[in-house]
Design a binder for this molecule. Structure first.
Ligand code: HEC
Length: 112
């Protein structure tokens, strides 16, 4: 949810530990299938399976397919929290729930 996206990444794990039963992982579990309905808005730029830019003439888009799951989650939370900034990615990351981020990270990680 928005709350956990807006706090610093470092605080997320601690917050989740407080908010969830001890048995739960510190983050929502990513669901690759669920992500397929959520990545349509990423494809234009982070085209699948081609890692590179749809708009190379404007900026180069980093490869996210096959990236480490944790890395992707951290990057998306950093955009959402403002720790990392990019006009488009900020807006996109802020629109994602914690579950969306987990799902999307699992999905892109699965693209090897
Ligand atoms: C309008 C084009 C565009 C769209 C749409 C877009 N991205 Fe991005 N994305 C970028 C650009 C450009 C960067 C590099 C920004 C920077 O330099 O920080 C980036 C960076 C990222 C990064 C960080 C990669 C790294 O190596 O640090 C992640 C993760 C990411 N995007 C995920 C997504 C996801 C998930 C979606 C869909 C929900 C999405 N992006 C939609 C353009 C886009």
């Amino acid at each position: 949810m928005k709350f956990s996206n807006t706090i610093a990444t470092a605080a997320v794990a601690a917050t989740c530990l407080l908010a969830l039963p001890a048995s739960a992982a510190d983050e929502p579990k990513g669901n690759v299938e669920a992500a397929k309905a959520k990545v349509s808005m990423c494809i234009g730029c982070h085209s699948i399976p081609g890692y590179k830019a749809s708009f190379p003439e404007v900026y180069s888009v980093p490869k996210i397919a096959g990236q480490n799951e944790k890395y992707l989650q951290v990057a998306l939370r950093a955009y959402a929290s403002g720790e990392r900034t990019h006009p488009t990615m900020d807006a996109i990351a802020k629109s994602l729930s914690a579950q969306d981020i987990a799902d999307i990270a699992a999905y892109y990680t699965s693209l090897k």
